[in-house]
Design a protein around this ligand. Structure first.
Ligand code: DQQ
Length: 656
């Protein structure tokens, strides 16, 4: 019927490439349905909330489209602004960027929230990878070997903070979801890694041999590169590791700071048969990739110059370099090159703890990477994730011909709370990474398909209509372990009526989900309690430019996520490309304190950590919301309850 059809002819800001699937086929129109009972209930809630808002509405409303009668209430405890937090100096003094949570300072926030055991226990995730206890950070050396996925990670065996010492934890899985914890793979038992067995990558040679290259922080805190091998390559679990007797194999070269030389990549083959890899560094404020060649992983030759450099970006940690296919969604082995291949360089910026990537060309002869779009060069443009996601690493999964991405999701609560709960950090759901053949300018990330095996019962809410300023409860049995897939459409009249504007919408600074505009925000409230004293909106916000084109932002707002005063409360997000004829779509993996959200098939991803105190266990609820002033939103939402994954220690006598 009318409204869905209207949506198809809207002036999108992004045009599909001529042969892109975005330009063929049209979404089948959905008939408008009568209001469901839930919507009616929603209006009742809205009515009460609007009344509530009379007292609570923010007075700092400077958006001409935004009356201060937001549907969404403000929690009674104000968020502590980021300026009230200062870093803990532990990482920096050890020659690496700040790894721990910032600490609150200022007298007004000295007293932390009275967290109790039940609140803290609830935060532990059910299907994201975590060690049994203590601190974890970067993913290291992921690979598929003899029928097992191997995952290594930076780990403090002595506590829930970065420091003491960092060694390599190790776990294996048949499906990237259920994990067996193995003994530590490598500990700091040599002078060249006594201050830390830091990040590294695996390379599988054509004969099946595994080479692990990693950074050691020496007894003098010099960053050197080392080799390790499986002690018994016939053991599919690779339980024992030996360090190369000739370690360290590479020292910081002249002109490079001894604490600015870390995290070797997986090696790739050149056409001359040499193995090549990169190590991140910086010169003054310019982030750089140093390159080394080797024939035999015994002697190494520094390639003059750098593969790429971007001024002003600072130290590049955890560089990743890999090819993507422009013709297929299959992943490519790291050594692939040639026609229909683009290359990706990813860096983890020490300065702001975000992972940035660029797509471009790699010239093997000149040993140079050039980004396709210099404005979106590495470190200044696209990010994997606009929330919390750092020190990531991909590997080529030869079992399924896909490239899989892991990222470290750190905490955004206080270190005191981490110590109380006995653990800190989770890993992202492993994500497949492919080149977006529709836009031609970004990657797509998507949870590996094995995640779907955790789906239990589902409940579908079709064609839910959310009027401007409404909150609609989605009646599900429980709301803490969910896989949510939702699509949204806005009525065409609202687009036409919306006043064009030059002002841009920026998730982090435009007021969050309570700030109303003509065409947004709308989306879902996750981890909400029935009274909406706590809630986390994951939402779209559409604006109309002076050229008449629409621009869409995708955001996740932590401001009202918890009444606790000692957790970070940011608004994350970014622009998301929406092609002609595409509906707005999102998939959210909600797993206790982690909310991982993928918009438009994974073009823009936002991961956040959330620490509610009331919207937990059976009290957690899910709502559809539309806080736009003019747009009417039609949403279809499918919600699966998610099973817990088995993530437990391996016992040597168990059969595998
Ligand atoms: N983490 C490791 C370093 C790396 C950093 C130390 C990134 O090798 O640069 O734990 O988070």
């Amino acid at each position: 019927m009318g409204k869905s059809k209207d949506v198809q002819s809207l002036p999108y800001s992004y045009a599909a490439l001529p042969d892109g699937p975005g330009s063929v086929g049209t979404p089948s129109p959905r008939p408008w349905k009568k209001l469901v009972f839930g919507v009616f209930c929603g209006f009742l809630i809205v009515a009460s909330l609007v009344a509530f808002q009379c007292h609570e509405a923010s007075s700092s409303n400077d958006n001409p489209h935004s009356p201060d009668d937001s549907t969404l209430p403000e929690t009674s405890t104000k968020a502590v602004p980021s300026s009230k937090w200062r870093p803990v100096s532990r990482g920096v003094s050890a020659g690496v960027s700040e790894k721990s949570n910032k600490r609150l300072f200022g007298s007004s926030v000295r007293e932390s929230f009275p967290w109790n055991n039940s609140m803290l226990s609830w935060q532990r995730t059910a299907f994201h990878f975590q060690p049994e206890k203590n601190w974890m950070n970067d993913p290291n050396g992921p690979m598929y070997y003899k029928g097992w996925y191997h995952f290594f990670y930076q780990y403090n065996p002595y506590g829930a903070i970065w420091g003491n010492v960092i060694v390599w934890g190790h776990a294996v899985s048949k499906d990237l979801i259920h994990w067996l914890h193995l003994p530590l793979a490598m500990v700091n038992d040599q002078w060249y890694d006594s201050r830390g067995v830091w990040t590294g990558s695996a390379t599988i040679l054509p004969d099946g041999q595994v080479i692990m290259l990693y950074t050691g922080s020496t007894n003098q805190s010099v960053q050197v590169q080392n080799l390790a091998y499986p002690a018994d390559p016939s053991d599919p679990l690779l339980i024992e590791w030996v360090k190369h007797p000739g370690n360290p194999v590479i020292f910081p070269p002249p002109g490079i700071g001894v604490r600015d030389f870390r995290d070797p990549t997986t090696a790739w083959l050149t056409s001359e048969g040499k193995w090549r890899f990169s190590i991140g560094s910086k010169v003054n404020k310019t982030g750089i990739t140093l390159v080394y060649d080797t024939m035999d992983f015994k002697t190494f030759e520094r390639v003059e110059g750098v593969m790429n450099a971007v001024p002003g970006t600072g130290m590049w940690e955890c560089v990743d370099f890999y090819p993507v296919s422009t013709k297929s969604d299959n992943g490519l082995d790291t050594s692939e090159n040639g026609a229909d291949v683009r290359h990706v360089v990813k860096v983890s910026l020490d300065e702001d703890r975000h992972d940035y990537y660029a797509i471009g060309s790699y010239d093997e002869k000149k040993v140079k990477f050039v980004a396709d779009d210099s404005k979106n060069d590495v470190g200044i443009g696209l990010r994997y994730d606009y929330g919390i996601f750092y020190a990531s690493k991909t590997f080529y999964d030869q079992r399924t011909q896909r490239r899989v991405l892991w990222g470290w999701i750190f905490e955004s609560d206080s270190e005191v709370a981490d110590i109380a709960k006995g653990w800190a950090s989770v890993q992202s759901i492993p994500r497949t990474v492919v080149f977006d053949r529709k836009t031609g300018s970004n990657l797509l990330q998507w949870p590996v398909e094995e995640v779907d095996k955790l789906r239990l019962r589902s409940k579908e809410f079709k064609d839910m209509r959310a009027e401007p300023g409404s909150v609609v409860p989605l009646d599900i049995e429980a709301a803490t372990q969910l896989d949510i897939v939702a699509e949204f459409e806005i009525n065409k009249e609202a687009f036409e009526k919306a006043a064009p504007s030059n002002s841009s919408y920026v998730c982090s600074t435009s007021g969050g989900a309570r700030q109303r505009g003509a065409l947004g925000p709308f989306g879902l409230l996750v981890l909400a309690d029935a009274d909406l004293s706590e809630y986390t909106p994951v939402y779209f916000y559409v604006t109309k430019g002076r050229d008449g084109n629409l621009k869409t932002s995708f955001c996740s707002d932590q401001i009202q996520s918890s009444v606790a005063n000692d957790v970070h409360k940011h608004i994350y997000g970014s622009f998301v490309p929406v092609l002609k004829d595409e509906k707005l779509s999102v998939r959210i993996l909600l797993d206790h304190s982690i909310v991982e959200s993928f918009a438009q098939g994974g073009r823009t991803v936002v991961t956040s950590r959330v620490y509610p105190t009331r919207a937990i266990y059976g009290a957690a609820r899910l709502f559809l919301f539309n806080n736009a002033t003019d747009a009417t939103v039609t949403a279809s939402v499918n919600v699966w309850q998610m099973n817990s994954a088995f993530i437990r220690p391996y016992h040597p006598d168990q059969s595998i």
